[in-house]
Write a protein of this length. Structure first.
Ligand code: EPS
Length: 389
């Protein structure tokens, strides 16, 4: 069965839910880790008042018994403390759509001049459920030594000179934990904080750039056999599905078009002494492909960049139209964040992880973790014998 996730819930409804299908039985969930990811998603400099109200925790409603998956559909719930959707006084109608938000298109789509229903579902609050689902999938990845690292890479005129490696991973995680904006590079971190402060003063907002790197994927996850199975396409779909993301790049990304083939493609090397590594001995001196060729992992780290636009709720408002009168008005303001880029880096890390886990279980399927492991081990053994030395 293919690993899938559906989410439900409104920003100010009772809860967010993720329903995950396709996890094998016998996967032990690290609930502390899952909750840590939820907590990180709530944080980061630039957040607004909502996060002081919420304490996001994963509550397992179905598919888990004694901390271990049963193989049945898993439902995880994240409760909203600021639940007031059915109190009309506390969730007033929104008639002046915010440029950049789903407000206007949703009002037309659902044939109403009140943007409330649209914004409640379009809200980035939904990413709490998706982060929980991603963190759950990472419990599976970690059982196969696949590690995922996400961080804030840049904003406006600054880009961190950070290029994560497996060897640096623990140090990078520690640096990221020390950073108010989840950026392991101190100078970039300071510049980003200054930008967020200025945006707040200007009653404006800022977005930026996130990067996620996945270490330890065996070659062959995803497939070139059909375009729907291409892992880069699936990752792009998932990352573009994060609220406010406007661009996704794998490896060199759009820079590819600025260089010739010999400078873009990564030479192939083989080292039999490294056949027991996750890449089975196939290495590259560089990683412009971002670890994916032909829609499949090639044994190098998977490197994904995502760009988030500035939050569309501006304290200063923007030119808009009142949907009741048709008159030009400033857009409505709802309590919001000046910048949710650090949170978005956590969401991105976890949605990328989910796609990797899905591709992994497609290659190595099994109803139990033991069967998945046996399938993976058999594959790894054969892959190590491709070159008969
Ligand atoms: C959001 C508006 C704010 C954000 C929210 C996304 O919520 P509120 O209107 O309740 O202050 O805080 O993000 C979250 C609640 C979250 O947990 O990430 C929006 O309009 O998208």
């Amino acid at each position: 069965m293919i690993l899938t996730c559906k989410t439900a819930g409104e920003s100010h409804g009772p809860c967010g839910l993720a329903i995950i299908e396709g996890l094998p039985a016998g996967l032990t969930l690290d609930v502390e880790f899952i909750n840590q990811e939820l907590q990180r998603r709530q944080g980061g400099y630039g957040r607004g008042g909502r996060q002081a109200i919420e304490t996001d925790r994963a509550e397992f409603l179905t598919g888990v018994r004694g901390g271990t998956t049963t193989g049945a559909p898993l439902t995880v719930q994240v409760v909203n403390k600021d639940s007031r959707l059915n109190d009309a006084d506390k969730t007033p109608p929104v008639h002046r759509p915010r440029p950049g938000h789903a407000d206007l298109a949703g009002a037309v789509k659902w044939q109403t001049n009140d943007c409330r229903n649209t914004l409640e579902r379009a809200s980035a609050r939904e990413t709490a459920a998706r982060t929980a689902a991603g963190a759950i999938s990472r419990c599976l990845l970690r059982a196969f030594d696949i590690r995922v690292f996400g961080y804030v890479k840049g904003m406006l005129d600054v880009v961190a000179p950070t290029h994560p490696t497996r060897e640096m991973l623990d140090e990078l995680i520690a640096l990221r934990e020390d950073s108010a904006v989840y950026c392991p590079d101190d100078a970039t971190c300071k510049a980003i904080i200054a930008h967020i402060k200025q945006a707040k003063i200007d009653k404006d907002t800022v977005g930026g750039l996130c990067e996620t790197v996945v270490f330890g994927c065996p070659p062959g996850l995803g497939s070139c056999a059909s375009w729907q199975e291409k892992l880069d396409a699936k990752i792009a779909y998932a990352v573009m599905g994060i609220q406010a993301f406007k661009a996704v790049e794998i490896g060199l990304g759009s820079e590819c078009g600025k260089h010739t083939g010999s400078n873009v493609h990564d030479p192939i090397q083989y080292d039999a002494s490294q056949a027991n590594e996750s890449h089975f001995g196939f290495t590259r001196p560089r990683n412009n492909a971002g670890g994916i060729e032909g829609g499949m992992t090639n044994g190098m780290p998977v490197v994904v960049k995502g760009t988030m636009k500035p939050i569309s709720t501006l304290l200063q408002g923007m030119d808009s139209v009142d949907l009741c009168t048709g008159q030009n008005e400033r857009s409505d303001y709802e309590r919001s964040d000046v910048c949710a880029l650090p949170a978005a880096s956590v969401v991105m890390e976890n949605v990328v992880a989910f796609e990797i886990a899905s591709a992994f279980l497609t290659s190595f399927s099994g109803t139990t973790m033991d069967m998945v492991r046996a399938s993976f081990n058999a594959y790894a053994k054969r892959a190590r014998n491709i070159i008969q030395s």
